[in-house]
Design a protein around this ligand. Structure first.
Ligand SMILES: [Zn+2]
Length: 174
């Protein structure tokens, strides 16, 4: 497959994209709890007929919580992360949203990109990891859904960690 460098995306671009994806999936702007596991297991295969999600052991995944091959439409999740996300654990739900972001945003992006520029810091708007974290934040905690809430409310209603809620609150206020 022909690959290219990541497409630069500002926080605003990512917010707009996350809201577009929410609407396309039938998620209301005011919805707080986004069911990422249903999206992972019953929706993505309608967008990508060859989509696969594989659950891997700790031995196979090592320190990695998840790994996505956007060009192969493949998401790998470590078994404890998969189980945690099924049980609604915030950190693991965020990982799933992060991997979905790679799938939706980084098809065709050169997987070697970050390494190619070794020694030079990749600007964050070009960094697929930063882009996916920003997407996951907006996808799970839409500004329209968390309006007026504090971090505790956000963590409880959106099913995210308190830390993720705090970060999202600070970027949303800007
Ligand atoms: Zn990633």
């Amino acid at each position: 497959m022909e690959t290219h460098d990541p497409i630069p995306m500002s926080r605003r671009d990512i917010l707009d994209f996350a809201m577009l994806v929410r609407r396309r999936l039938g998620i209301q702007d005011s919805t707080t709890f986004v069911d990422v596991m249903t999206i992972l297991e019953h929706v993505l295969d309608k967008l990508y007929p060859d989509f696969t999600c594989d659950v891997q052991t700790r031995a196979e995944m090592g320190h990695r919580h998840g790994l996505t091959y956007p060009n192969k439409h493949l998401i790998l999740l470590r078994e404890d992360v998969y189980d945690g996300a099924c049980m609604g654990r915030g950190r693991d739900r965020f990982t799933v949203a992060h991997e979905i972001a790679h799938l939706l945003m980084h098809e065709g992006v050169d997987p070697q990109y970050a390494r190619k520029e070794s020694g030079i810091a990749v600007p964050r708007y070009l960094d697929p990891e930063w882009q996916s974290d920003a997407f996951a934040g907006y996808f799970l905690m839409a500004p329209t859904a968390i309006r007026g809430m504090n971090a505790y409310d956000i963590a409880n209603s959106c099913g995210v960690s308190f830390d993720a809620a705090r970060v999202q609150l600070s970027v949303t206020k800007k």
